[in-house]
Design a protein around this ligand. Structure first.
Ligand SMILES: N[C@@H](CCC(=O)N[C@@H](CS)C(=O)NCC(=O)O)C(=O)O
Length: 317
């Protein structure tokens, strides 16, 4: 996206002159017109005003910058003052459409928190650029900067979820023991489900199409992924969500990975609790919306054109 630099985020001012946003631009329009834009889509005028435009609250609604530029542009053009009101979002998220990359997006959409998003383009190796690695020494996504907390930077998706949960007091169980349990399952996701399913995907969807077929590695990671999904299935017995009745950051961390079982080519046959949990989260509008930001990748979830998606995905890495 346009202002993918630390310098960009430092130009924020608050507060600025007010603007009248035409009431005939309803929130619904923002949502239905939503499309992910890369900078080539944006008119030049919007690119140069992206920082301002992305912060106009329409009708008091909350929106995320990345998918509303077209409408914001129209609103800005229609406004008499041509000077947007800036309500600076605390959270600036740097991410891409991957299982780890979606975790903070799911949190922010579920929590209805205003945020800004900079799309990190793997094709251009933006995650390894000097400015980005000053934020994330690991050179991977996601990363957040909390402008509301002295530009505090958080990397590692599990740590980001924990930070957001504490900041917004959402999606974290109450009580010392329950929190420890949540942390245990978050660690289980970060050290087990993520890396093992990630390797299962890597060997089948990236290495193999590039001519590096390794059946031993594929078998090992697919079998280990299945074993880990069985652990989840047991944990879900008698529960709606992983921690009980409530949706928490453990579900947020686990879902994009576990739900990508078609992409990892891992069977969930006979894992009925897990499948019921998939159905439950498949029907959460905010989570499903998050999986389209910055860009949808339906083939991860067993939908859409697998061959084209595999080629596109392989070209990113
Ligand atoms: N443990 C890290 C892993 C992050 C990670 O591996 N991100 C991947 C996308 S899912 C990435 O940035 N890949 C690009 C690269 O390796 O250069 C986290 O959970 O944040």
């Amino acid at each position: 996206m346009g202002h993918g630099s630390k310098q960009g985020s430092e130009t924020c001012l608050r507060p600025c002159a007010s603007v009248v946003i035409p009431k005939e631009v309803p929130m619904r329009y923002v949502v239905t017109k939503s499309k992910l834009v890369d900078s080539s889509y944006l008119p030049d005028y919007v690119k140069s005003h992206q920082q301002k435009l992305s912060r106009i609250p329409l009708d008091g609604g909350i929106f995320s910058a990345v998918h509303t530029f077209d409408v914001l542009y129209e609103a800005f053009q229609a406004s008499p003052a041509k000077e947007p009101l800036m309500s600076v979002a605390d959270i600036h998220l740097y991410t891409a459409s991957t299982m780890n990359g979606w975790k903070p997006v799911i949190f922010l959409e579920e929590a209805e928190v205003e945020y800004e998003l900079t799309y990190i383009d793997f094709g251009k190796k933006e995650q390894k650029s000097e400015w980005y690695m000053q934020l994330n020494p690991n050179g991977r996504i996601p990363t957040i900067v909390d402008r509301g907390n002295d530009d505090f930077v958080v990397f590692e998706s599990g740590a980001i979820l924990w930070y957001l949960a504490e900041k917004y007091q959402k999606f974290l169980p109450v009580g010392e023991k329950a929190r420890s349990e949540a942390l245990q399952w978050l660690m289980f996701q970060m050290s087990g489900i993520g890396p093992m399913m990630g390797q299962a995907m890597y060997f089948q969807r990236i290495a193999a199409p590039k001519g590096n077929e390794d059946p031993y590695a594929i078998e090992r990671y697919v079998a280990e992924s299945r074993r880990l999904l069985e652990v989840l299935d047991k944990q879900l017995a008698g529960k709606a969500y992983l921690m009980g009745d409530d949706f928490t950051i453990v579900d947020i961390a686990m879902y994009p990975w576990a739900r990508s079982y078609p992409w990892a080519k891992v069977s969930v046959e006979g894992l009925n609790n897990l499948q019921a949990w998939f159905d439950l989260i498949d029907s959460r509008p905010a989570t499903q919306k998050a999986l389209t930001i910055p860009k949808p990748f339906p083939a991860f979830f067993g939908k859409g054109d697998e061959a084209t998606s595999e080629a596109e995905n392989a070209s990113r890495f």
